[in-house]
Ligand binder design. Structure first.
Ligand code: ZN
Length: 496
C-alpha cells in the first residue's frame, strides 16, 4: 500500500511530504560517534532514532544508502577550533597510537549498537580516511573567496558569506546573536572575526595526528568531514541529514555554509534532529556525576541505578517518546519501560495459544482490520513511535480477551493480527525478545522437532510414500536416533 510519509524538516520548521530526489534511491547521512570514550546514552538516542528511519524507508521499498561517519580526529565538544584533540590527549596519557584508541572505542560502539539491535549503516566512513576530500573542500571554499589562510590555518569567512548568503538559517540565529554569544578564546587573534571557524588547523609540534596540505602540516576542522564525506558517498544533493539537536549549531550550520560556499547551493533536502536525553531532569555530563555508559545500564554497575536495564528496555524507553520530544531517564521510568516491553513481548508470544474459530466477533474484526493502517499512519506522521506502541498495547488487550475466550477470532484475522504486530514490534521498531532459552526449554523444543519429523514420516507411510518414510528413518538412524514402530505408535531415543 502506498504510504505518504511526513517528515519534520528542521530547516523549514514544518512537516513535509517525503519526496526523494532520485526515487527509489534515498541518500541519508547521520553524524556518528566521536570515538574517544565508551558509548553512553547520548549515543543511543540518535542511533535508535535514525535506525527507525532506515528500517521504515527500506520497508516502504526505498533503496537506502545510509552513511554514518566515525569522527576519529580533531573533534571537540563545544568549540571545534580550540583546545586539545581528545583522542590525542588520551593516546598521550595511555601511551597508545591514536588509532588504537579510535579502534578500541569504535569496537565498543559497534558492540553496544548491536546489543541495542541498531542495524549497521551502509557505509561507515572515517574522518581520517578522507583527508584528501576535506582538503579539496577547503580549497574550493578558498577559491570561491569564502575563506582565508592565517598563520598556516584556514578559516571560514562568516561575515563575507553572510553578505552573499544568509548564515544561521538552520538554527534561526543571525550573525549579531552569534557574535554576541561567542566566547573569546585563545588563538582567536588568527581569525579576522571571532565567529569564523576553522577549516584547517596548523598542527602544534606536540600534535601526533597531522597531514601535509598546501597550507601547513595539520588537520581538518571538525565540520569539514561530514560535508566532504556526505558529498563523496551521496552526491552534491541528497535527501536526509540527521543528528542530535545539539549538532544544529554550530556543526550543521557550518556544514550548510561550507556546502553553499563550495558548490553554490545546499546539499541537503531534509534536516532531521532528535532531541536530547536528560537524567533525573538534568543534562548529562561528566562533571555532574550523572554520566552513565550503556554498559553500566546493561550491568546496573552505577551508583545512580537501582538495577540493570537490558538493551531492549533502553530501546523501548527511547521509542516510548517521540524523537523530537525530550526523554528523561530515571529508575522509575526505566522500570515502567521494562514492564511495558514484557507485556508487549508476552502478548505476541501468547498469540500462539489462541484458538481461531470460524468467525471473528464484530468488535475483534473491526479492531484487526484497522490496526495495520493505524500503525502506518502513526509512522507516517513523522515517526510517532509512542502512538504505534499504544496501538500494540491495545492489541495485547485484545489478545488477552481472546485467550480468556471472551472474544472470537477467525484464522484470517488471527494471521493478520500476528503479522501486523510482528511487523511493527520486531521489524520496524526493532524490538526483540531477550529471554534466553534455558536447557529445559531447549530440550523441549528439540523433542518437538523430532516428533514433528516423525509425524511427517507417519504421513508419508500413510500415503504409501515409502521412499520418503525410509529416507527419514535412515537419516535419523545415521544421526544416532533409534526409531521403534510399536502398536501404540512410534517411540524414539537417542543413542550416543
Ligand atoms: Zn557531522
Amino acid at each position: 500500500m502506498e504510504q505518504t510519509l511526513l517528515i519534520y524538516n528542521t530547516l523549514t520548521r514544518k512537516k513535509e511530504a517525503f519526496k526523494p530526489l532520485h526515487a527509489p534511491n534515498v541518500g541519508m547521512y547521520v553524524c556518528g560517534p566521536t570515538v574517544y570514550g565508551d558509548p553512553h546514552l547520548g549515543h543511543a538516542r540518535p542511533a535508535i532514532t535514525f535506525d527507525i528511519l532506515f528500517r521504515y524507508l527500506k520497508h516502504l521499498g526505498y533503496k537506502v544508502r545510509y552513511v554514518r561517519n566515525i569522527t576519529d580526529v580533531g573533534h571537540l565538544e563545544h568549540d571545534a577550533d580550540e583546545g586539545d584533540d581528545k583522542i590525542e590527549k588520551k593516546a598521550r596519557l595511555e601511551q597508545l597510537e591514536p588509532m588504537e584508541i579510535a579502534q578500541h572505542y569504535t569496537n565498543r560502539y559497534h558492540q553496544a549498537m548491536d546489543m541495542l539491535n541498531v542495524l549497521p549503516p551502509s557505509i561507515e566512513p572515517h574522518a581520517t580516511g578522507h583527508i584528501i576530500e576535506q582538503e579539496q573542500l577547503v580549497q574550493q571554499i578558498l577559491d570561491n573567496g569564502y575563506a582565508y589562510v592565517s598563520n598556516g590555518s584556514v578559516y571560514f569567512d562568516v561575515e563575507k558569506y553572510n553578505k552573499d548568503h544568509k548564515y544561521g538559517i538552520l538554527s534561526g540565529r543571525n550573525l549579531e546573536d552569534v557574535i554576541n554569544h561567542s566566547r573569546d578564546l585563545a588563538g582567536t587573534d588568527e581569525k579576522h572575526n571571532q565567529v569564523d571557524f576553522a577549516l584547517w588547523k596548523k598542527a602544534q609540534p606536540e600534535h601526533i595526528m597531522r597531514w601535509p596540505s598546501p597550507w601547513s602540516d595539520g588537520f581538518p576542522g571538525w565540520h569539514c568531514e561530514c560535508t566532504a564525506m556526505g558529498r563523496k558517498y551521496l552526491g552534491d544533493h541528497f535527501d536526509i541529514h540527521g543528528g542530535g539537536m545539539d549538532l544544529i549549531f554550530p556543526h550543521h550550520e557550518c556544514e550548510i555554509a561550507q556546502a553553499v560556499a563550495s558548490q553554490g547551493d545546499q546539499m541537503v533536502h531534509y534536516w532531521m534532529h532528535n532531541n536530547m536525553i536528560t537524567i533525573n531532569g538534568q543534562k548529562m555530563g561528566k562533571s555532574l556525576g550523572n554520566f552513565i555508559t550503556l554498559e553500566q545500564f546493561f550491568t546496573g554497575d552505577h551508583a545512580s541505578l537501582d538495577q540493570a536495564y537490558s538493551p531492549m528496555t533502553i530501546r523501548f524507553f527511547i521509542l516510548s517518546a517521540h524523537y523530537r520530544g525530550t526523554v528523561d531517564f530515571s529508575n522509575e521510568a526505566l522500570k515502567a519501560s521494562e514492564k511495558g516491553l514484557e507485556r508487549l513481548i508476552n502478548g505476541i508470544t501468547d498469540m500462539e495459544r489462541i484458538q481461531a474459530g470460524k468467525e471473528s466477533d464484530a468488535e475483534t474484526h473491526k479492531f484487526v482490520a484497522a490496526l495495520r493502517q493505524k500503525c502506518y499512519d502513526a509512522m507516517n506522521d513523522d515517526f510517532m513511535t509512542p502512538l504505534v506502541i499504544s496501538y500494540l498495547f491495545e492489541a495485547c488487550h485484545v489478545i488477552n480477551t481472546l485467550i480468556d475466550h471472551k472474544a472470537a477470532i477467525s484464522a484470517d484475522d488471527l494471521a493478520e493480527l500476528s503479522s501486523t504486530m510482528r511487523l511493527f514490534a520486531f521489524d520496524l521498531l526493532g524490538l526483540k525478545s531477550e529471554k534466553g532459552m534455558n536447557n529445559d526449554a531447549r530440550e523441549e523444543a528439540y523433542g518437538k522437532v523430532v516428533d514433528m519429523v516423525l509425524e511427517l514420516r507417519a504421513k508419508a507411510k500413510a500415503d504409501k510414500d515409502w521412499a520418503t518414510s525410509d529416507k527419514i528413518r535412515d537419516e535419523l538412524a545415521a544421526d544416532g536416533f533409534e526409531i521403534k514402530d510399536t502398536k501404540d505408535g512410534v517411540t524414539w531415543k537417542l543413542n550416543k
